[in-house]
Design a protein around this ligand. Structure first.
Ligand code: ADP
Length: 552
């Protein structure tokens, strides 16, 4: 703007200057000519008076200074000329000034010189004897005068341009300075220029509109953040250059993103190739989803293009942790595979024995052994099916009936049921029972205690002991099943609660185990609001402790 004002001021200053100079020159020139003309008239009158009274003698004594005096006879022949020999001069009969003087007493004319840029003014006056006296003066034309003054003129022009530049610069600064210091946040505080008052009023109005819109935007952003802040799913919004516009807290957690990731490229928070391809698909207007692994967790990611009037403006990414579902699905698959395998083994054994008996291929003395095998395998199959049914029922249960259960009674009952088994395994059962009441499901409580005691007998040494304690420990009803058995290696201790996991498969099978007992216990403990811990040493024995959180 300063430059434009500077240019305008400079051009107008120079134009005004040039016009003024031209006008002054014209006016001065005219004035000069006028003065010269009247001087010429005076000189002519003087010469006329002199010649009228003294005749040729006057002219001979005349020493004209800058003037040319010519005396012309009535027939136009030149009688005298102050510059040229009169006899050599042509007849002046046709000269305009001569003709006018003869006719009117005075005459004047002006003629340009052919060679040099000069002009000659003539003034003629009729004398008493009808001859004519003429006085002429020659002067330069304006053009010539200017040419003669060229060096002075150049300096004047340079000085004028320099002065104009200085004026233009200072003027443009003076005009622009207040504009540069305008406080556009409070435009109405400035009233230096009345001319820009409407503009300032408009800016003020627009400021108010912008403020209102900003407030509304802030409000909407807050609402958006409140909504997205409370959802479990991670939500990320990107612009079309893949820069993060916003990220809710869940997204920060899922992607373990560093603070203030907004404004950065999405790949700075996740470098997964599939994730990158997913974002690229969304940028090509395609909705896509995939599962990626982040920090050992499975994350389902869904990317959708955001469009406005058909034009892509960004991408929305929804991400949620599906590790639990993923693990459950994995577990279900493994379970199904294990179940088929576990069911097949005893069935094949039963089938094989039955076929041999049917084909009479078994010696009569071995038949009892085969029948016994069929019976034991069938009962194993039955307990396996029982356990599977029980486990799948536990999987489906969301809530169970709860009653007051006395741990002491429960352990006594299980002890009685397992007495025979304990005798067979030469295991001595010691019960240290204190009263401890739990608010839980009695059937599930019995399953817990029975399975733990059953394992303690089956995985014991021959002879061995088991000790079952019930008490209220730090306000929590607790049951502790401890044995002097074979123990569980450290690396297997966390896995024994998995379905079908056995430390020693053949031992488990030999003792009629299904590999599901501790899975059922773990599940039942959860449904009874308790926790289970295991402490074991190989060759020394194991201790399972169950603490319940709900006292009755
Ligand atoms: P199983 O039917 O095979 O006994 P469980 O789920 O009850 O299945 O137990 C899983 C595995 O944990 C067993 O196969 C066994 O190897 C080990 N285990 C369970 N309880 C004990 C224990 N008290 N002492 C030693 N090992 C045990």
């Amino acid at each position: 703007m300063t430059k434009r004002i500077f240019r305008s001021v400079l051009t107008s200053t120079l134009a005004v200057l040039a016009m003024s100079v031209a006008l002054i020159t014209i006016v001065l020139n005219n004035q000069f000519i006028k003065m010269e003309k009247s001087q010429l008239a005076v000189q002519t009158e003087l010469a006329a008076a002199g010649v009228n009274s003294e005749g040729q003698a006057y002219l001979d004594a005349l020493q004209p200074d800058g003037y040319r005096v010519t005396w012309i006879a009535t027939d136009g022949s030149v009688l005298y000329d102050s510059e040229v020999d009169a006899s050599t001069m042509e007849n002046h009969r046709e000269r305009e000034e001569f003709k006018q003087a003869l006719a009117n007493g005075v005459g004047s004319a002006e003629r340009e010189s052919d060679t040099v840029a000069t002009k000659t003014m003539y003034y003629a006056m009729r004398l008493d004897d009808s001859s004519v006296i003429r006085v002429a003066v020659t002067r330069s034309t304006v053009g010539l005068m200017l040419v003669r003054m060229i060096s002075a003129l150049i300096w004047i022009v340079i000085a004028a341009i320099a002065a104009s530049i200085l004026i233009a610069r200072s003027l443009s600064r003076q005009i622009v300075e207040p504009l540069n210091h305008l406080d556009l946040d409070h435009p109405l505080d400035h009233r230096q220029y009345d001319e820009i008052a409407p503009l300032l009023v408009r800016i003020d109005r627009q400021n108010h509109q912008i403020n209102d819109q900003m407030n509304e935007l802030h409000q909407k952003k807050k609402e958006f953040e409140t909504v997205t802040g409370s959802i479990r799913e991670g939500l990320i919004l990107l612009n079309k250059d893949r820069e993060i516009l916003s990220m809710n807290p869940a997204a920060y957690t899922i992607f373990s993103a560093p603070k203030e990731s907004e404004g950065k490229d999405i790949l700075t928070i996740c470098r997964d190739e599939e994730f990158s391809e997913l974002v690229n698909s969304a940028l090509k207007h395609e909705q896509a989803e995939t599962i990626i692994e982040m920090n050992h967790r499975q994350i389902r990611v869904d990317a959708s293009p955001i469009t406005s009037h058909g034009i892509l403006t960004g991408v929305s990414i929804l991400a949620w942790d599906i590790s639990d579902e993923y693990a459950a699905e994995q577990q279900r698959r493994e379970f199904t595979a294990n179940v088929s395998h576990e069911l097949k083994t005893p069935l094949q054994s039963i089938m094989g024995s039955a076929e041999l008996l049917e084909d009479h291929l078994v010696k009569p003395q071995d038949q009892d052994a085969f029948l016994h095998k069929i019976r034991t395998e069938s009962s194993r199959l039955l307990s396996l099916i029982d356990d599977i049914i029980q486990l799948s029922q536990l999987d489906d249960i969301k809530q169970v009936d709860e009653t007051k259960v006395n741990l002491k009674d429960l352990v006594s009952e299980a002890g009685e049921a397992l007495e025979q088994s304990a005798d067979e395994h030469h295991v001595k059962m010691t019960l240290n029972l204190e009263n401890a009441d739990v608010m839980a499901n009695d059937r599930l409580m019995y399953e817990i205690v029975y399975n733990l005691m059953d394992n303690a007998i089956r995985y014991n040494k021959d002879p061995g002991t088991i000790t079952v304690t019930t008490k209220v420990d730090k306000g929590k009803p607790t049951v502790i099943v401890s044995d002097t058995g074979i123990g569980i290696p450290k690396e297997s201790q966390s896995r024994v609660f998995e379905r079908f996991y056995r430390v020693d498969k053949s031992h488990s099978r030999k003792t009629g185990g299904t590999g599901l007992g501790l899975s059922i216990v773990k599940h039942a403990v959860q449904l009874c609001h308790g926790t289970i811990t295991l402490d074991s040493k190989v060759g020394e024995g194991s201790t399972f402790t169950v603490r319940f959180n709900q006292t009755a």
